[in-house]
Design a protein around this ligand. Structure first.
Ligand SMILES: Nc1ncnc2c1ncn2[C@@H]1O[C@H](COP(=O)(O)OP(=O)(O)OP(=O)(O)O)[C@@H](O)[C@H]1O
Ligand SMILES: [Mg+2]
Length: 248
């Protein structure tokens, strides 16, 4: 579904993504786990075709380039920053995004109501987004990413600032979507979320430290929790880089 080869993106001599190799299959929730500044958002922006790499290649669904019409149609994207219009209502926002994807009117309204029902906002559909709470806005953002029935959903910290109960709901929805055939790539620095992913990649300093199922990663580092495995993987990277190259 996503194949990344020798990918590098530099900002002012510093590599945000550093010679990354990554292959992700379809049919699961794939977690990109890394600390602040690890390069998660940069990687997603590269996959979306919003920024260009300095080096390397990205292939989507075995054939499409990032930013191509085909890949755009197949992907739903929820950015880390606010991506909905505060001056439009909840429903208007979802309809607006559906129209960007050229959905037909009769299908669009029905589908918009369906996604709003999933994120439990059907009662608030006529309210302006500016009158919603932060967690509700994240739900509207998820609905706008989903409306055109993407094959792949890319979510950049969808649960940032979301309370623990709503966070659980988000993960229930992800499970429902995967069961219905959608693949999901989700970034997080939350270990308990990473634990719920089918597969995880540990990212740090723009490099891949490890990739596997949570169980495989814990087994590799002989630990019974993913946090300890992540810390051990970062220690290994630091010792390989040597003291001069080690970044905080
Ligand atoms: N437009 C930009 N111009 C300059 N530097 C950038 C730009 N975007 C990202 N960077 C740098 O690239 C590195 C990776 O940033 P990125 O936003 O990808 O990290 P992240 O893993 O998403 O972090 P967070 O968890 O805080 O969202 C950081 O050092 C950041 O300062
Ligand atoms: Mg980010």
């Amino acid at each position: 579904m996503l194949n990344i080869h020798n990918l590098t993106k530099r900002y002012a001599q510093r590599s945000a993504i550093d010679n990354l190799q990554l292959d992700i299959g379809e049919g699961e929730v794939f977690g990109l786990l890394g600390p602040n500044g690890a390069g998660k958002t940069t990687l997603i922006r590269l996959v979306m075709g919003l920024v260009r790499p300095d080096q390397g290649e990205i292939k989507l669904f075995d054939r499409y380039r990032p930013g191509s019409d085909q890949s755009r149609q197949l992907i739903g994207y929820m950015p880390q920053q606010l991506s909905v219009y505060p001056g439009l209502s909840v429903l208007e926002n979802v309809l607006f995004f559906g129209r960007i994807y050229q959905m037909r009117n009769h299908d669009l309204l029905q589908r918009a109501l369906e996604v709003l029902q999933m994120v439990e906002l059907e009662q608030r559909q006529d309210d302006l987004v500016s009158t919603l709470s932060g967690g509700m806005i994240r739900r509207v953002m998820l609905a706008t990413a989903l409306v055109h029935r993407p094959r792949l959903l890319i979510l950049d910290e969808p649960t940032a600032g979301v309370d623990p109960l709503l966070r659980i709901k988000f993960w229930e929805w992800f499970g429902q979507m995967v069961a219905a055939g959608t693949s999901i790539i989700v970034t997080t620095h939350n270990i308990s979320e990473a634990q719920r992913c089918g597969s995880v990649v540990f990212l740090r300093n723009g490099q891949k430290l490890e990739q596997g199922t949570p169980q495989q990663l814990m087994a590799t580092y002989h630990s019974d929790n993913l946090e300890a495995a992540f810390v051990a993987a970062t220690r290994k990277q630091s010792s390989q880089a040597g003291p001069a190259e080690t970044q905080a």
